[in-house]
Design a protein around this ligand. Structure first.
Ligand code: ATP
Length: 505
């Protein structure tokens, strides 16, 4: 397998860092560099040269990812009375995937260079070429036949890997993206299992259980977060396209005939979710599917303006009654819903799906938050790297910083941290100047820093008069860098209010 290396990991640290810090735009290299440097994401199996298509989430990454997941979960289940949760198994009976159409249809078009043996996704090869050269292929790439793709590639595209201008390519073939294995000691047809390529099939398969056990009435939705696996032809752009990733999916079951209005409502809801957590509207764009999947009546993607261009973060699909009907046919179990509110009418509900990638959300929120900001005064340049993350998503909410280690300041800081810990993820940092510590917290998006100084611990001023700042701390805000003094007993509540009222400037 080809290694999915990134420039930062290959070159000398200093040289690479200097190069990427030269201009102050956000780039994928800078995000990759920050992720590794500060413990958000590491390349999987790095000491063995790295495993293509797989990444590990470090101490800050795991909290950040979980916060995004929790925000999604809250939005879908807590804020929608009619959506419940499910945590289905990754392994499902192999017939599931025949019924869903994945065994027959879940594939991408691939093409190989016969000279260097490099393999490409034919549609992406064409899209990348057209974007780079400002060429119009004549029709949407996802509606091209294999022969049309092959003809276009033969006519225009030199091999991006070996650079050969001979354009000796294989035919375009379909490549099934599902990983296959066998469960148990005997490898035969009965033990065949697939690693699920999407989480939603367990929602369909469990439809009857959910209706009966929780007395659910159509319309209702079922939300689920979990790992999915796809044997992608190529892995690209850091955690954007990987073989193992997490999806946040929701299937909303509605009465046939109401699917169009339900689709529009969910499109609006999902769009607003991204705005709510700080994505600028001009960085989002709808992409309408010209060619629909075998199950779909309509489909849109929410795309985000990554440094590599607009790319999909979530798909919203009108799936008709395809999945439930297929499972009814293959399992011979009745999947009809009996609508007691409509004269016991029997029907297979229609389905609206919202399917977001957690890892792509992670990358999007990082790109959106990243800024190299000139905070120099008197015309001097002084750049800080800051992540303007929504405080609800930031991996650390409050950092507690004693001005000095000595004179009881460290002990007081630990005491304050102990109070805050019950409510927030905290960090404690004592090394270096306070200014340097602020910068370190800015770089990982910590929205609040609390500094403990001599006023915090001294009841009296030097002249013996009472110190009005006794038992107060400095609360410093990441985005504005403003500082205010807050009594220790009000600190937790003040932070709660600040989180509630947060709006990125
Ligand atoms: P793409 O066209 O980018 O391959 P898709 O249309 O196949 O994506 P869906 O099947 O709609 O994707 O999956 C829903 C979401 O799951 C996507 O919007 C994306 O956020 C995420 N996703 C899909 N494939 C991957 C992958 N290989 N790596 C990371 N996330 C993925």
């Amino acid at each position: 397998m080809r290694q999915n290396k990134v420039p930062f990991l290959q070159k000398g640290r200093k040289e690479a860092r200097k190069k990427i810090m030269d201009n102050h735009e956000v780039t994928m290299d800078k995000i990759v560099s920050l992720c590794k440097r500060r413990g958000f994401v590491y390349q999987s199996s790095e000491i063995y040269g790295g495993q293509a298509g797989a990444w590990d989430y470090g101490p800050l990454g795991v909290d950040f990812k979980r916060n995004i997941q929790n925000a999604w979960w809250k939005e879908m289940t807590q804020l929608h009375d009619d959506v419940v949760g499910l945590d289905g198994a990754i392994f499902m009976h192999h017939t599931t995937w025949e019924a869903s159409g994945h065994v027959g249809h879940f594939s991408d078009p691939m093409i190989d260079c016969t000279e260097c043996k490099a393999r490409f996704r034919a549609d992406q090869l064409i899209e990348d070429y057209c974007e780079k050269h400002g060429v119009n292929p004549g029709k949407p790439v996802d509606t091209m036949t294999h022969e049309e793709m092959k003809a276009f590639i033969d006519e225009h595209i030199n091999c991006p890997t070996c650079g050969s201008t001979n354009r000796k390519y294989t035919d375009v073939r379909e490549f099934n993206l599902m990983f296959k294995t066998h469960l148990g000691p005997v490898a035969n047809d009965a033990s065949l299992v697939y690693l699920r390529p999407e989480t939603c099939q367990s929602i369909f398969v469990d439809f009857k259980n959910i209706v009966q056990s929780n007395r659910m009435k159509v319309p209702f939705g079922v939300a689920q977060v979990g790992k999915s696996f796809r044997n992608e032809i190529i892995f690209k752009n850091f955690i954007f396209r990987t073989c193992e990733f997490e999806q946040m999916e929701m299937e909303y079951f509605c009465k046939p005939g109401t699917e169009d209005e339900t689709f529009e409502r969910w499109r609006k809801d999902r769009w607003n979710f991204y705005l709510k957590y700080g994505i600028k509207e001009e960085h989002l764009k709808w992409h309408h599917h010209d060619k629909l999947a075998h199950y779909a009546k309509d489909a849109y993607d929410v795309t985000y303006k990554f440094p590599i261009g607009f790319e999909e973060i979530e798909g919203i699909h009108s799936r008709t009654d395809f999945d439930l009907s297929q499972h009814m046919q293959y399992s011979k179990k009745d999947m009809n819903y009996i609508d007691q509110d409509d004269g016991n009418k029997k029907y297979i509900p229609y389905v609206i799906e919202t399917s977001a990638g957690l890892n792509r959300n992670f990358l999007m929120f990082l790109c959106e938050a990243y800024e190299e900001q000139n905070v120099g005064t008197d015309g001097k340049e002084d750049y800080r790297t800051v992540l303007h993350l929504d405080p609800r998503l930031a991996p650390i909410t409050v950092a507690v910083l004693p001005l000095m280690k000595k004179d009881g300041l460290a002990e007081k800081a630990k005491e304050v941290q102990h109070i805050l810990k019950e409510d927030y993820v905290t960090d404690y940092d004592v090394s270096g100047t306070v200014g340097k510590r602020y910068r370190r917290q800015d770089e990982v998006g910590t929205p609040f820093c609390v500094t403990i100084d001599y006023d915090t611990i001294n009841e009296k001023k030097d002249d013996g008069s009472p110190n009005p700042d006794f038992n107060t701390v400095t609360l410093r805000f990441r985005d504005s860098m403003e500082q205010v003094r807050v009594p220790v007993e009000h600190l937790s509540e003040r932070i709660r209010q600040e989180i509630k009222n947060y709006k990125r400037a």
